[in-house]
Design a protein around this ligand. Structure first.
Ligand SMILES: [Zn+2]
Length: 151
């Protein structure tokens, strides 16, 4: 039996990635894929602006950096912001067992859909994540709307 991970400690990795993205001039959304035993498998951040690639979301970046895994059932996708439909689809496609979100106040994404599918979703309602995201959106509304596919 694996002890319950310290979700806030895992979130710190995703927040550091988000801050790096912001420093690069990108959207501050970071993510990390952990094994339930506490091993960091991969981490990354949204690089759509930096790479001119709309497919690089925080979650997909962390997922790719983690490389191939035999099973995702015992992995935890940690992300600073609730996952969009695209990233929620990734979670379901690969049967990632747990999703930890820094916050869902700014954007609810696919949280309900994931829960209905049996994915454990933990929402930390983290103040730092909320302020970082809302500050970015207030300053860059067009970039944000493009990111979630709204025009
Ligand atoms: Zn996404």
């Amino acid at each position: 039996m694996i002890a319950t991970p310290d979700y806030r400690a895992l979130l710190a990795t995703a927040v550091a990635e988000a801050r790096q993205g912001l420093a690069e001039g990108g959207i501050p959304i970071g993510a990390a894929l952990y094994h339930a035993d506490g091993r960091l498998l991969g981490c990354g951040h949204n690089r759509r602006v930096q790479e001119n690639d709309p497919s690089i979301h925080g979650e997909t970046d962390a997922f790719r950096k983690a490389g191939r895994q035999r099973s995702y059932r015992d992995t935890i996708m940690v992300t600073t912001l609730a996952p969009c439909w695209y990233c929620s689809g990734l979670v379901r496609q690969f049967n990632i067992g747990t999703v930890v979100v820094g916050e869902s106040e700014t954007f609810r994404g696919g949280i309900d859909w994931l829960r209905e599918a049996g994915v454990t979703v933990i929402d930390l309602a983290d103040r730092e994540c909320i302020e970082m995201m809302q500050g970015y959106i207030a300053a860059n509304p067009d970039v944000w709307n493009e990111d979630i596919g709204e025009g």
